[in-house]
Write a protein that binds this ligand. Sequence first.
Ligand code: EPU
Length: 339
Amino acid sequence: MQLHTDIPLKNYTTMRLGGNARFMTDIHSVDELASLCQHAAEHQLPIFVLGGGSNTIVRDAGFAGIVARNRIMGYDIIDDQPGASTIRVGAGENWDETVKRTVDAGLSGIEALSAIPGTVGASPVQNIGAYGQEVADTIMSVDAYDMHQSQLVTLDNEACGFAYRHSIFRGDQAGRYCIVSVTFQLSKSSPQPPFYAAVETYFAEHNVTLFTPAAVREAVTDIRKNKLPDPAELPNAGSFFKNAIIDDWLYRELIEQYPDMPSYDMPEHRHKIPTGWLIEQTGLRGQTLHGMRIHDKNALVLINESASSYEDLKNAREAIKDAVRDKFRIDIEQEPLEL
Ligand code: EPU
């Protein structure tokens, strides 16, 4: 295990901002991870596990510990039944390549999560979701190294505490587990309509009538290409805010005032409001604040145009949050994790 010192984290995160890691290393196996944890404990250094860096924002102070890039690989079919396959995938595997592999095998369950940057190990952390699928719906279990107890554990789906863009890995157990592999159960049946509206429109426009995982993958990849900036060209972290989930009383007040406000019903009489719409209504879409541009094709995305520090990003974020709060009385939340 080689520890590199003073590494600029902006080179390892797609927002391309923030300070240095005091130490950085790659981990390729559970054994390497266990010795890293032991080393960190002996030197009283915190560990932060980084995947692809596409959902992590780094503060200007950087990280006074060890940033460990998860490179634990592997793709194994662990059970194959007539209707479904169970596969275990190493946390360091690239997410989209993994989706492609499952789609090529004719499996359904994560095809609408195509073209999302990052690694397999990051997918349960914020419970990635797009175009009608959420990764939590296919995850059977997560194998993780418990850095507090120094042991490998298996957490079943329920133990992961999944919710909209949330899990225990970013909630009350943040920093405790290093995800080693994720086990998915995927179906051999074709995906069934109705699909997410944008996918339905795409199928109609392209005369697609055979609904296969590959057809959904192609549609989603194309839709995303047009709506979401490629982080390799324009630094960004995908959706910068979560969609807002509000109580019924506020929803009723707002819908009266803004009858065209889009919304989706949620359990317990709550309502999900697209934060992209809320930001658009404040007039900020397409504007640049403190070097951060609010993407003109999707106001939920912030592009680092010329921001030189986390401070710039923070100022832009607070200005957007204030504008939404002033107009709608809604507190919007940042989606990417912060280091
Ligand atoms: N909308 C606007 N203006 C905007 C953006 C959105 O009015 O600038 C409204 C429209 O009414 C649209 C609705 O928001 O119909 C939903 O927009 P869209 O389908 O583009 O999805 P989203 O809510 O902006 C979420 C995820 C995306 C995911 C898409 C597609 C979150 C935080 N984001 O975005 O995930 O790709 O749905 O399912 O839930 C990500 O997390 O990084 C991400 C890209």
